[in-house]
Design a protein around this ligand. Structure first.
Ligand SMILES: O=P(O)(O)OC[C@H]1O[C@H](OP(=O)(O)OP(=O)(O)O)[C@H](O)[C@@H]1O
Ligand SMILES: O=C(O)c1cc(=O)[nH]c(=O)[nH]1
Length: 176
């Protein structure tokens, strides 16, 4: 059985070039999460790996930020039977105007799932929104950590960032 980093590399997700990141900085490589999330075989493998980490005794809701984490959250929810919640990156001014879609009741134990972390800002903002609606964040799990500041930034806020694969440990970007 291939490991997750091989699946991700074979999906073509690791792209070389000049890319602007969410934090505004330029990078010479980019992890295109949609390359691996839109492949059902790879999504299945990744979701299984995350699902294996989560117990229904421990977690009530699986949440993640739009857009990239939505396929992951949905796939893990289908595998575990644990309900999903989708967190918008921005405000919604129509309909329910909800930033958090799906039920996260007061005291519900939440696993926050993310596709890629660079600074960890997005997963931390997601965590804050989950807390605002009463959720208790128990786990933060990312598929690919870019091995920049996310682990430290998340630790500073009192959480552990769990990653499935990490640049520099599971991928050698210089080989690409
Ligand atoms: O750790 P950070 O520094 O916050 O960066 C990582 C975030 O940036 C990317 O989202 P992107 O802006 O590509 O949005 P998308 O999910 O809507 O495609 C990625 O999917 C994470 O959400
Ligand atoms: O920091 C980001 O915006 C970012 C980096 C990356 O490699 N992949 C991604 O989807 N977003």
């Amino acid at each position: 059985m291939e490991n997750i980093s091989t699946f991700i590399e074979e999906s073509g997700a690791i792209k070389r070039g000049s890319f602007k990141l969410t934090n505004g900085f330029l990078t010479d490589y980019y992890i295109d999460k949609y390359a691996f999330e839109t492949d059902p075989e790879i999504l299945h493998v990744i979701a299984s790996e995350i699902a294996d980490k989560i117990s229904t005794d421990e977690i009530d809701v699986i949440a993640g930020p739009a857009l990239g984490a939505i396929p992951l959250v949905t796939a893990v929810s289908l595998k575990t039977g644990i309900p999903a919640a989708y967190i918008r990156k921005g405000e919604k001014h129509t309909g329910t105007q909800a930033r958090v879609e799906g039920e996260i009741g007061k005291g519900k134990r939440v696993a926050v799932v993310e596709d890629v972390t660079t600074t960890g800002q997005t997963i931390l903002e997601t965590t804050e929104l989950v807390q605002e609606v009463g959720g208790v964040v128990e786990r933060l799990i990312v598929v690919v950590d870019r091995n920049e500041d996310a682990v430290d930034n998340v630790a500073e806020r009192g959480y552990e960032l769990e990653y499935l694969v990490r640049v520099g440990e599971d991928f050698d970007i210089s080989d690409q």
